[in-house]
Every structure is written in C-alpha cells, then in structure tokens.
Write a protein that binds this ligand. Structure first.
Ligand code: ATP
Ligand code: MG
Length: 296
C-alpha cells in the first residue's frame, strides 16, 4: 500500500483515543460486552472462562457482572451475598469501582460483583442524570489498571445492557447454531445500531462465538454457513463444544481451567483467548503503521 493510500485510509478511519493512548504507552483496557438478549446461550460461561483464559496468559482482567442473577460472580468463586459493595453501588451511588471489585484467587482475575440488588438499579437509574453512561464513567476511571474488561450482560435489552453497550468498544455475541438464532441476532443488530447512533459511535461487533457446538447436527452447518456469509471474519474460528465440564465447574465456584484444565471446554476457551489476542496484536501493528505514516 502506498503512503498516500495509507493516508487516505487514515482519513477514513481516524485513530480512536484508545489507540492513541496505547501508542503513547498509556495502555488502556479493551472493554467487551458479552451479550445476546436470548437466554441460556452461554454468555456467563463465556465471560467467566474467557476471563480466566486471558488471565492465564498473564493479562490483567476484570470481569463485570451486570446480571442480577449473579451467576458470573458465583462462577468466579465470589459469594454474591456476602459483598459489602457491588456493581449496584457503582451504578446508583457512583461508588468508585475500586471499592467494590474483588480479586478471585481461584479464577485469577478481578470481579465487579452483582446480586439481586441490581434488579432495583434498573428502575432507580431511570431517574438519574446520564443514566446510560454510569458504567462507562466507572470503567473509564480504571481502564489503565487492566488489559481486558469483560462485561457479562443479562438476557434482555434493559438499562443494564444499555450501560454495558455504552461502556464497551465491542460486543462478543455467543450463540447456539439453532433455527431461531439468526432471528434473535437481527434484533440485537438493531439495538447495536441504535446505541451506535445515540451513545457510542465506535461500538462494533468484536466477534460472534458459536457455543454448545455440535458439528454432527446438520442444522449447525447450515446456521454456521449463514453466519459466515453475513459476518465474515467476525465469526470466531474457535467454536465452543458442548462439554459437561463447563456446566459442572460453576458449582465448584471455579472457571473450568481450575476444575479440569485438560477438558475440551477448557482448551476451547484457551483457544478463543489466543484468537482474540492474535487479532488485537494484528490490529495494533496496523495502527502503529498508520500512526507512523501520520507522523511522517
Ligand atoms: N459449552 C457448553 N457445554 C455444556 N454446557 C454449557 C456450555 N455453555 C453453557 N452451558 C450450560 O448452559 C447453561 C446456560 O449457560 P450460561 O448460563 O452461560 O448462559 P447465559 O447466556 O449466561 O444464560 P442467561 O441468559 O440466563 O444469563 C448453563 O447451565 C451452562 O452451564
Ligand atoms: Mg448469564
């Protein structure tokens, strides 16, 4: 690519503040929301096990639980009912996130925990200023302390999910390759468009993750092909197989890496972490090359 082509590309794609900060060596976390309004597709399993896999590669990771069910909190080995402060206090009372987050030695990452209190936040937030950006403000204040921040979203498109989508740079969408999956996806695309226009112009689809994957089912192949047709290389090459160890690990309060690290589920989430890290390294190299062109 010639220099003028690169400059043109630069004009089309201005460097984000995040990229500029990274280039200046003030590294800020990549923030991803794990979301799909459909229930039971593997959002929490992905949040917990991707966080653990990234932490296993020595990345500094925070997992934010934005679901009042608190499953991601419990699955990370943190008792949701014995916390002095949770993400509720951060959202509603603007408590500094450092005062609510806890490190899980079993999981290897920090957790901003949630419990049933969060249900009330949905209603209480409706009455406050900047209600959609409360989580963003909190996470921006600690973004230099982490390499990755993953947000586990609830199975609905409510104010908690809006906060997550406003706070992140990309969404990771776990989905099962079944008949109604694509239909659900188009509703999510609509929401992402709305958030892009109203709150977060840089929001992008970071990746689509096929979960509970069973290649023996013919529908799986058909849905997979349609996904690739629509989303191209946004579909992760890594698929997460159906694996009983992934379903068992939460009852021990551990990510699967701490429960059965040789299981197919553990290896799949490690592979996903590797794929995400490689993608980001490639983007970073391209950005640095672009910046070098800009600086002459
Ligand atoms: N790859 C997998 N193999 C086997 N079981 C899985 C797998 N992924 C998730 N599960 C199980 O499926 C159920 C739903 O998963 P999970 O809680 O991660 O979904 P979710 O999208 O977070 O659900 P919700 O919408 O309720 O928040 C859980 O019991 C989980 O243990
Ligand atoms: Mg969940």
């Amino acid at each position: 690519m010639s220099v003028s082509d690169q400059a043109q590309r630069q004009i089309r794609q201005p460097l984000s503040n995040q990229v500029l900060s990274n280039i200046e060596n003030k590294r800020v976390a990549k923030i991803y929301a794990i979301t799909n309004q459909k229930g039971g597709v593997g959002k929490t399993t992905t949040s917990v096990n991707l966080a653990a896999s990234l932490a296993a590669t020595k990345k500094r990771v925070l997992m934010v639980d934005m679901d009042p069910q608190g499953n991601a909190t419990m699955g990370s080995g943190i008792d949701k009912n014995s916390q002095i402060a949770t993400v509720y206090d951060v959202l509603v009372d603007e408590l500094a996130p450092q005062q609510a987050m806890v490190f899980s030695p079993d999981a290897g990452y920090h957790v901003l925990p949630a419990n049933g209190d969060l249900t009330a936040a949905e209603v209480q937030l409706l009455e406050v200023d900047g209600k959609e950006r409360r989580l963003k403000r909190a996470l921006d204040s600690i973004a230099t302390e982490f390499d990755y921040i993953l947000i586990d979203c609830p199975p609905s498109l409510n104010m908690l999910t809006v906060n997550a989508l406003a706070a992140c740079e990309g969404v990771i969408i776990p989905m099962q390759c079944e008949y109604y999956a694509l239909e659900g996806l188009s509703a999510l695309m609509g929401t992402i468009n709305t958030i892009q226009q109203a709150l977060n112009p840089n929001l992008k689809i970071e990746g689509i993750l096929r979960t509970m994957y069973d290649p023996r089912m013919s529908l799986t192949g058909e849905v997979s092909a349609q996904l690739t047709e629509h989303f191209g290389d946004r579909v992760y090459r890594t698929c997460i197989p159906r694996n009983i160890r992934l379903a068992e690990a939460p009852s021990f309060g551990k990510p699967v890496l701490g429960y059965d690290r040789q299981s197919k589920g553990a290896l799949a989430y490690l592979a996903l972490a590797g794929e995400i890290l490689r993608r980001n390294e490639q983007h970073e190299h391209a950005d640095i090359a672009d910046a070098a062109v800009l600086q002459g």
